[in-house]
Design a protein around this ligand. Structure first.
Ligand code: PMP
Length: 442
């Protein structure tokens, strides 16, 4: 126990202010298996953060450990930059088997990495190179990563040209039904959003640069777990296709079964031009790639590089994870368990005025906490309650539940359990969360 406290104290002092887990989630994990994390203090926690959705199979799943062990025992090189290897071949094959048919049959893969943000950079660069345009369409509440300055500081002007750092981002409202930018949610709100987007793009005096791409999350994660209507996804696909604008789907958080289909875009039936993949594809080790239509593959050799793109261990762990999720249809389980959890959480919302909204898809669930004492706005939404959410997080931790917050105001409790969560664990998560909300709300 003492060791854990000392570690937390030292890390709280030494870690940057931008990295606050030692303060906001004061747990010192020393062992973990599945959904359970054991702290240095001997306490056990249910982990509903799962590395922000990275751990599709939970911690230290036997198939992942075995895959990594085999590589370590085989004498395979651990680092080969981006050279072709049997492990890379196996990973690419396993990944392509999961992709929408058009991409599986004719797609290209670019290893990026090691983080999701690198793959987002690659996707934007690719679209800019392929279209010769600079602007980008992105959405309110979007989260795509943290990089910006490294390439701008790079001397190679030819590489930098694909970035056009001054290019404008046109930000469009994401269909967020609880705080709906169109005053109405659902299908009608989605249609208004689509019309607005089309109008903006076609208005010669609209002030919007012809964009290189539209970048969207099929379900917003960090923005507060916001699933858009399927019709909206289809309309975005139509609008971009009709104007030759590549559509980039950022599936960094939604991928590998989390939302109830293997890839979240499958639900609406659309096929994006580029998919950005990371987190769960590396089976808990760092890996990030983009897959895209071959017509876009026009960039010159060396246009996108990086030292840590060929992480052999991550490829092995990722191959094992992709196979396991597919063979055991864990995306279907995510849908079943997630729907049940959503249903129970909606019951909880009915008894707690401070729960303004419950939403999600599969095992990507958000509970938005609000100020129940305040006046609702004209559409019935109450103001966000970030302080209450922070209290719920601490109360949950005291009850052995690790949760993370998100959303525009930090007022959304996010549940991202592993897809292997058992019924008993799901029940325990909901019981502890309900108790935490009750304790925090008084
Ligand atoms: N895109 C999405 C949708 C994400 O959720 C995240 C991370 N939460 C990223 C990109 C960035 O990934 P990374 O933190 O690995 O750079």
């Amino acid at each position: 126990f003492g060791a854990g406290e000392a570690i937390l104290r030292r890390q709280s002092q030494r870690e940057s202010a931008a990295r606050a887990y030692a303060r906001s989630l004061p747990v010192v994990p020393v062992r973990a298996r599945g959904m359970t994390v054991e702290g240095a203090d001997g306490r056990r926690y249910l982990d509903c953060l799962s590395g922000a959705g990275t751990l599709a199979l939970g911690h230290n799943h036997p198939v992942v450990l075995e895959a990594v062990r085999q590589v370590l025992d085989s004498g395979a090189p651990l680092h080969v930059l981006d050279m072709a290897t049997p492990l890379k071949d196996a990973f690419t094959t396993a990944l392509f088997e999961t992709l929408p048919r058009e991409l599986a049959e004719h797609g290209r893969i670019q290893f990026c990495g090691p983080a999701g943000t690198d793959a987002v950079e690659a996707a934007i660069k690719l679209a800019r190179t392929a279209t010769g345009r600079g602007g980008l369409l992105a959405f309110s509440g979007a989260y795509h990563g943290m990089t910006s300055a490294a390439l701008a500081a790079t001397g190679d002007t030819a590489v930098r040209a694909s970035v056009d750092a001054d290019a404008r981002i046109t930000r469009l409202p994401y269909p967020y039904d609880y705080r709906c930018p169109f005053g109405t949610g659902g299908e009608r709100g989605a249609e208004l959003s689509a019309r607005w987007t089309a109008h903006l793009l076609d208005d010669p005096k609209g002030g919007v640069q012809p964009p290189a791409a539209m970048l969207l999350e099929p379900v917003q994660g960090e923005g507060g777990v916001i699933p858009p209507p399927d019709s909206w996804m289809r309309r975005m696909r139509e609008i971009t296709a009709a104007r030759d604008i590549p559509l980039i789907a950022d599936e960094v958080q939604t991928g590998v079964g989390r939302t109830g289909t293997f890839w979240a875009v499958e639900r609406s039936g659309i096929v994006p031009d580029v998919m950005v993949l990371s987190k769960a594809i590396g089976g808990s080790l760092p890996l990030a790639v983009i897959v895209y239509r071959e017509e876009l593959d026009v960039w010159r050799p060396g246009a996108h590089a990086g030292t840590f793109r060929g992480n052999q261990l991550a490829m092995a762990a990722g191959t094992a994870t992709l196979r396991y999720v597919r063979e055991n249809a864990l995306h279907v389980r995510a849908e079943t368990v997630g729907t049940r959890m959503l249903c129970r959480l909606r019951g909880l919302a009915a008894h707690h005025a401070c729960v303004g909204d419950v939403r999600g898809r599969g095992l990507m669930i958000g509970v938005e906490l609000v100020d129940a004492e305040a006046e609702p706005d004209e559409f019935g939404a109450l103001p966000a309650a970030p302080h209450l959410a922070a209290r719920v997080q601490q109360e949950a931790l005291r009850r052995g539940l690790i949760i993370e917050l998100g959303g525009r105001h930090g007022s959304v409790v996010r549940l991202l359990p592993p897809l292997t969560i058992t019924d008993e664990q799901a029940q325990a998560v909901l019981d502890r969360l309900a108790e935490a909300i009750e304790a925090a709300a008084v």
